[in-house]
Structure formats: structure tokens, C-alpha cells
Design a protein around this ligand. Structure first.
Ligand code: ATP
Ligand code: MG
Length: 459
């Protein structure tokens, strides 16, 4: 399959207008759709509206260099081939560009013939890659992912997304409330990445490592870097090899480390503590957090530049209350797991117990459900878990789902209660995303918290 030359869209990026226009005209004469742009920023802006198939960029440009542009294109537009134009004999910049994700480099001045060959090669290769990806995704998108249970539509969509991302090398941000399965999602992404799955999956909880040790833990240290550093040690970025590094609880990383991490992600190299050398790393970086990073940025706890850097490909693991259909599936799986581990006769749930599990909100998500089932299995005297085996909070819980279908005045709600329940329901529907919920509710984000609190008599 070949992308027809007439369909292919090419962008030329050069801060020297004469050069940009000249190249544009040369290629237009050869039958390509070409636009000339004068900066990397213009190119990214253009790509947002109308992604091109090939970007041919100069390297030295003010503000954002062609190398940085390649990196951004590589991460955000896997279907676009970035090609750089380097000065004669500048092998170092050519290598830097290839590392940053350039597909090819050409030396200046590049003749029309040379450009044409490079473009056609890129178009053919990318068309082939797209076809292969399409076939792989098509074949496997409905297959289950081991350990990732859930048949609700948000979970199916999540699996599709993970499969798609597994074909790329891009940095990924996983967001989701506590206990929703972010680590499970990260592990699935690692296992599905055919080029990485044989390599290590290294995970670190950024909130659990003492702030003064985090830098050497992540980037390593040289011998004698500090009192206890009797020998040099690789950090986790290097220990992960060509595998995956999960930076968990990234929202808890101290601000000064955030600045260092930003540099590392931009340059794709680490500098061990006490050392002078920059060492390239090859692991895919996954970041996970249960905090709403947008709020963290607003409140000055998370660097805005780092947030923009990592918020390119984002996976949001939906809370359990937004997928009640998965509750019983998960509960039954956990019952079977317990049965396989210990000798129990429990093999299911009574109808009332099942109903209570489905009505409950699961603020602790899958983790809470898992421990609820473990406990219930231990308490259960028969073959089915019953109401009496469930925790009190599950049994006494009042559904937050808004259904005003009762005719009994005793069951009718006050406006405040309706208000609260509706806010919860909207939050659940948008996967806990407060910005989105606030938009829907037509209130500002901060007042969401206020509305969730019970009203005091004098307020
Ligand atoms: N889809 C799923 N299928 C099966 N088990 C799951 C699923 N999602 C989560 N779990 C289980 O729930 C528990 C919590 O999952 P995990 O540790 O991945 O959550 P998390 O989002 O990383 O939570 P936290 O924010 O607290 O770190 C684990 O025991 C995990 O095995
Ligand atoms: Mg976790």
C-alpha cells in the first residue's frame, strides 16, 4: 500500500523564509501538497489542525530547534515522518536528530531528486507501518488482557488504548483514583510491548522514597558521590534497560526533583549524582498518579512545564462506580482466586449481596472490592457470600444514583441531598475529572468540594 504522492501532505520548516519557499516550490513542482512554515511552533500548531505525513525541518532555528521539533512530532504524531536538514559534515547533529526521533536526515543543500527519494521512502515505509499496526490492533483489540478484568465499555476502550500505545515508545501518563488499577494498566502496557516485554519492568513509588535519596535512586550515582556511595550504582532509569520504568505517585515528587525530571525527559539522558556525563536511557517512561494534576499545577504543587511535557498521551483508568457492570465480574473473579489459594467452599454471591455490591460507591475502587471479598469469603459459612458477610458500610450504603421515582414522601430528598448526589453522579460519569464535571455542572472547580460537604444548619 502506497500513499499516493498527490494525497501526501508535506511541511517545510525553516526560519529563513527564502529557503522555505524555495523548497516548497521545488516540491510542489514535483506534485506534492506542500506548505512552508517559519518556526517549529508554527509547525506544531499546523499539525494540531491538520497532521502532515512528512515534516522536513531545518535544525538551527530560534526558540525551538529542529531536534526538539522532531522529538515532539515523534511523541505526538507517530504517523508523521520527521526529516531534518543538517549542515554538511554535521554528523553530531544528525545523530542527535535521529535519537530524538527523526526518521531521516539530509545534508544541505538537498537537491529536488534527493528530497523526492527521501519523501517517497518515508511515505512508503509509514504506509506499510500503518497497515501492520492496523492489522495487529484489529486482530487483538477484542482479546482479553490477562489480569485486566472488565467488560464495561470504559474498560474495553481502555484496553484498546493500551494496545494502541503498546505499539509506540511514547511516554505515558496514567491517571485514576486510588485502587482503580493504574499499576495493572502499566503492567499490561509493558507486557503488550513486544520490543520491551522481555526487558525489566521497574516501578518506583516517588512518594515513598525519601526526598534526599530520590535523585540517586532514579539517576544513579558515581563512586564517592556521597558518604555511603562506596561504589557507583546505576539508577532505575538505566536498570530498566530497554524495558519500562513506572514512576508511580508522580504527584508526590518534590518540586526540585520535578525540575530535574523534566530535563531528563527532554534530553532522554540522565546524569548520575556526582558525575559529569550524560547517559542516554532507552526505557519507556510511564507516570502514574491518583491526584488531579491540573489542580496540583493550579495550587503550585506540580510544575506546569512538566505537566505539559507528560500530558501528551494520557490514560485515565475509570473509577469502579462508573462501571457497575464490572463489579460482579470482578467480585466473582476474586472469589475464585481465594478459592484457588485456600480451601473454601464459597463459589458465589447471593442475589441480595450481589445487589448491595452493585449499589455501593466503592470509593477505594477495585482494591476495596478485593479486600471486601477476601473478608467476606473468610466470614462466609455457606457456599454463597450473603448480606451478613459484607461490611456494614456496604450494607448500609445509600445509593448516590439519582432516581426520584418514589411516591413515598418518607423517601423524598432535600434539595441539598439531591445537589450532592447529582454532583457525585456527574463526577462518576466523567471518571472523576473535576474540570470536566465543573464544566457540566456550570460551577467552578473549587466549589465542587464545597457542594460535596454536608451543609451545616447555619450555612
Ligand atoms: N481490572 C482489574 N482486574 C483485576 N484486578 C484489578 C483490576 N484493577 C485493579 N485490580 C486489583 O486491585 C488492586 C489495586 O490495583 P492497583 O494497585 O493497580 O491500583 P492503583 O490504581 O495503582 O492504586 P493506587 O492509586 O492506590 O496506587 C490490585 O490488587 C489489583 O490487582
Ligand atoms: Mg498504584
Amino acid at each position: 500500500m502506497t500513499t499516493q504522492r498527490a494525497d501526501a501532505r508535506i511541511l517545510i520548516v525553516d526560519d529563513e523564509e527564502d529557503t522555505a519557499l524555495l523548497l516548497r516550490d521545488v516540491l510542489r513542482k514535483r506534485g506534492y501538497h506542500v506548505e512552508a512554515l517559519l518556526s517549529a511552533a508554527e509547525c506544531l500548531e499546523y499539525m494540531r489542525r491538520d497532521p502532515a505525513d512528512v515534516v522536513i525541518s531545518d535544525i538551527q532555528m530560534p526558540n525551538m530547534s529542529g531536534i526538539e521539533l522532531c522529538e515532539q512530532l515523534y511523541q505526538r504524531y507517530p504517523d508523521c515522518a520527521p526529516i531534518v536538514l543538517t549542515g554538511y559534515g554535521r554528523l553530531d547533529t544528525a545523530i542527535a536528530a535521529l535519537r530524538a526521533g527523526a526518521w531521516d536526515f539530509l545534508t544541505k543543500p538537498a537537491s529536488g531528486d534527493i528530497l523526492e527519494i527521501a519523501i517517497d521512502r518515508a511515505l512508503e515505509e509509514f504506509a506499510l507501518q500503518r497497515e501492520v499496526k492496523r492489522l495487529i490492533t484489529e486482530r487483538s483489540s477484542e482479546e482479553p488482557i490477562e489480569d485486566m478484568i472488565g467488560e464495561s465499555s470504559p474498560m474495553r476502550e481502555l484496553r484498546r488504548m493500551i494496545r494502541r500505545i503498546s505499539l509506540t515508545d511514547t511516554t505515558v501518563l496514567i491517571q485514576g483514583e486510588s485502587g482503580t488499577g493504574k499499576e495493572i494498566a502499566a503492567a499490561a502496557l509493558h507486557r503488550l510491548s513486544s520490543t520491551r516485554k522481555e526487558q525489566p519492568l521497574v516501578a518506583v513509588n516517588c512518594g515513598a522514597v525519601p526526598a534526599n535519596l530520590l535523585e540517586s535512586e532514579l539517576f544513579g550515582h558515581v563512586k564517592g558521590a556521597f558518604t555511603d556511595a562506596r561504589s557507583a550504582r546505576d539508577g532505575l532509569f538505566l536498570q530498566a534497560g530497554r524495558g519500562t520504568l513506572l514512576l508511580d505517585e508522580i504527584g508526590e515528587m518534590p518540586l526540585d526533583m520535578q525540575a530535574k525530571l523534566l530535563r531528563v525527559l527532554q534530553q532522554r539522558t540522565v546524569r548520575p549524582v556526582g558525575g559529569d556525563d550524560e547517559i542516554p536511557f532507552e526505557a519507556r517512561i510511564i507516570l502514574a498518579t491518583n491526584r488531579d494534576l491540573e489542580t496540583e499545577v493550579e495550587e503550585g504543587r506540580f510544575r506546569e512545564d512538566l505537566y505539559h511535557r507528560i500530558n501528551v498521551v494520557t490514560i485515565t483508568v475509570p473509577p469502579l462506580r462508573s462501571r457497575p457492570g464490572d463489579v460482579l465480574l470482578l467480585a466473582n473473579t476474586f472469589i475464585q482466586r481465594v478459592a484457588a489459594r485456600r480451601q473454601t467452599f464459597v463459589h458465589g454471591l447471593s442475589r441480595q449481596a450481589a445487589q448491595l455490591l452493585m449499589d455501593y460507591d466503592w470509593p477505594g475502587n477495585v482494591r476495596e472490592l478485593e479486600s471486601c471479598i477476601e473478608r467476606a469469603t473468610a466470614l462466609c459459612r455457606g457456599t454463597e457470600i450473603d448480606v451478613g458477610d459484607l461490611p456494614k458500610k456496604v450494607v448500609e450504603h445509600q445509593s448516590t444514583r439519582l432516581e426520584i421515582s418514589t411516591s413515598s414522601t418518607a423517601e423524598l430528598l432535600t434539595l441539598d441531598e439531591v445537589n450532592q448526589r447529582y454532583v457525585r453522579q456527574v463526577l462518576a460519569a466523567v471518571g472523576g475529572n473535576k474540570t470536566r464535571a465543573a464544566q457540566i455542572l456550570g460551577i467552578d472547580r473549587r466549589s465542587i468540594y464545597r457542594r460535596l460537604e454536608p451543609t451545616t444548619p447555619n450555612s
